[in-house]
Design a protein around this ligand. Sequence first.
Ligand code: LRH
Length: 453
Amino acid sequence: MPVRVADGLHWDVLCLFEETKQGLVRAAGRRVESVGVDSWGVDYALLDRDGVLVSNPYHYRDTRTAGMMEEAGRRVPREEIYRITGIQFIPLNTLYQLLAMEGSPLLDAADRLLMIPDLFAYWLCGERCCERTAASTTQLYAAEGGWAWDLIRRMRLPERLFGEVVEPGTALGGLRPELREDTGLRGAGVTAVATHDTASAVAAVPARGQNFAYVSSGTWSLVGVETERPVISEEGLRYNFTNEGGFGGKNRLLKNVMGLWLLQECRRVWAREGREYEYGELARLAAEAPPFGPLVDPDWEGFLLPGDMPGRIRRFCERTGQRPPEGVGEVVRCVLESLALKYRWVIERAERVSGLRAETVHVVGGGARNELLCRLTAEATRRPVVAGPDEATVLGNVLVQAYAAGMVGSLEELREVVRASIPVRVYEPEEAEEGWDEAYGRLSELVGVASGE
Ligand code: LRH
């Protein structure tokens, strides 16, 4: 859980680390040879020369990054930042978080930046290094590989912060002695996996070949395709596609869609009002609500920060001349249909930008359990949806460890193991196209207002 204190919104990394340790304690008694850490991207920790944490890491939804994208653009033109990094412009990127720290004594004290999974790996085994897939989310890592030194200098960020980068699948070292004691895992080593959670999840997509799109569906929905190399083009920049590092040398050409965050925040607000809903109950209410009601652009920037999400959805509808959804079922229906339609919007553009054709849509992560969302996604995208595994990130994490141990030889083999191990559920589009095309037209208009299409 994020913790808000006087200076902003933070992660409680000590608590998260303790929970990680408790997880390892539960594994004691089994033969554990390797441990791998993955986490969300963009957030980081600063360490001093002795390897001590200089401050509590911030949460990417903290407001201190307001105005920082514009500031970065004054130092290096947007087009050039994109050309160098291939990374999308969203205020949460490490780059903007670091610019917001300019002049802070914390930055002076800092000797090294580690991404969150790197920090945990360091605390587990004592090695300080940055894993490539997580590093790629900083917007300070070059699309062609290595830290973007010229960009780092022109952003006036301290070069010393950016240390050695390792590939996913690198053995880092044994557990620290006191952890071996505390956890009872004596023989385990730490392996750098594809430490960006989305990279792990995409590695575990049970697809064959190239002609598929994926939705890594959790708090965020990461929607896109897999390419051989970063695709950096004017069109990609216009649609704000990102090129993040993948396992097996692949590139993840994708967009962040706001995802189930919208519902998580609605649920939080409803619970505060004394109305607690399980996800199953919400799905039932949404299924009963009439289809093709009001829609939102899930990626409207007003939805990014924690707050009164039902109120914001209402206001978005009012401002765009729509009747706001009434009651819980209609709100949830509005969110799920909007998400499914936004997936189509992104997938169609990912096809254009990459030249690939997405014949199927793989939904992985917790959202794969949301039957209504999967069904709506099949209808909205007019393509079969293959749902599962819901624990794709965990599988990707473990299987990259298996790769490091020589048990699987390639990304293809890794996906073969996932296919053989995990049942998936297929949803075919069944409803008439017209209703969906009409709704898609409305969604595209709402998005167009924001993207200048
Ligand atoms: C998903 C994720 C995503 C990032 C966001 C901060 O968990 O890692 O890929 O953009 O969190």
